[in-house]
Design a protein around this ligand. Structure first.
Ligand code: GLU
Length: 315
């Protein structure tokens, strides 16, 4: 049974306390440097945003500072693909945690070009290749239209950062290798289209505020509670959120489940998106990452919020 929402004053107080704890931890992390353009981001940035199913929104700190979605985009490309063509994308992809780094090639090779899940890079590249359209441009138009419609904010709220795109396109050799292995096994039809689409979706910009707003359909069984638009069938939404719980936080998915207890998706740009089903979407942004590649500040802040507002799904 869905628990009631906390009172607005309690949410505000918890958010301020969580921000303080998270911000203090940013000094302990490092920005991702393997995509050169990401290395230029200020590691002290830190913002939190909450959107609740009853239409309230709350934010603290750098919640309007733009950043690129990176891995958080994987939840939305999967949503767009499943919304348009059902579960077909899972014909060549499983739903199990990988236990390897998000960019790992080993299991993909062992398992004959079938990615372990849609939130590691191989699975996300496969998913990108399923976006509607023949070219990378057409697929990205679809993707951004999906973001714009699902959030009610319009595609203009989610522009592609061309510098970040170019930076990853110039250096993303491992992702190309993953795509080549899948091409070899016949899992994807065209390496260039899949990889360019993937790099562009990763370079699509948002803010903590727009990310939390966008995620309300995930909180509300696949229907945006503010516009009333059905984005996903409930069963599909359930699967996409469940995969966040099992594979959304790289190799820290276990400790995050214990410390926070919310299905979440992180990214190397410093986002952590957390879903409190039936209640609220929370987006943290802090580009200083810990050893496992997750935003140190956002994870700590989510722990505080989950404890104070009793949000864990395991309680
Ligand atoms: N574009 C990044 C990559 O493929 C996304 C990784 C991430 O955020 O986990 O390396």
């Amino acid at each position: 049974m869905t628990r009631p929402l906390p009172a607005p004053a309690d949410i505000e107080a918890a958010l301020a306390a969580a921000w303080k704890v998270g911000k203090a931890r940013c000094a302990d992390g490092k920005v991702a440097a393997y995509i050169p353009e990401l290395a230029r981001v200020d590691p002290s940035l830190f913002g939190l945003a909450i959107h609740t199913v009853d239409g309230q929104s709350y934010s603290h700190g750098d919640a309007q500072h733009p950043f690129t979605l990176q891995s958080a985009s994987k939840v939305f490309s999967l949503s767009a693909v499943v919304a348009a063509s059902g579960e077909k994308v899972f014909d060549h992809m499983s739903v199990e945690p990988s236990g390897d780094a998000f960019f790992s090639i080993v299991k993909l090779e062992e398992e004959k070009g079938q990615p372990r899940n849609p939130y590691i890079n191989a699975g996300a590249i496969l998913t990108s290749s399923h976006l509607q359209g023949a070219t990378a441009d057409a697929k990205i138009d679809r993707f951004r239209t999906f973001l714009g419609q699902s959030s009610g904010l319009g595609a203009g709220a989610f522009p592609v950062n061309e510098d970040v795109f170019r930076s990853e396109a110039d250096t993303g050799h491992r992702n190309r290798a993953l795509a080549e292995i899948m091409r070899h096994h016949g899992t994807i039809p065209d390496v260039e289209v899949a990889v360019e689409t993937y790099f562009r979706q990763c370079a699509t910009s948002c803010t903590a505020e727009s990310l939390a707003r966008l995620s309300l359909y995930l909180v509300n069984n696949g229907r945006d509670p503010l516009t009333g638009k059905r984005v996903l069938a409930p069963a599909s939404n359930h699967g996409i959120v469940a995969l966040m719980a099992t594979s959304g936080m790289y190799d820290e998915v276990g400790s995050h489940a214990i410390e926070v207890g919310l299905p979440s998706k992180s990214s190397v740009s410093g986002a952590v998106l957390a879903i409190a089903p039936g209640r609220m979407a929370i987006a943290g942004f802090g580009p200083a990452l810990g050893q496992k590649g997750n935003s140190i500040g956002a994870m700590k802040a989510l722990g505080v919020l989950a404890a104070r507002l009793e949000l864990s799904v395991y309680r």
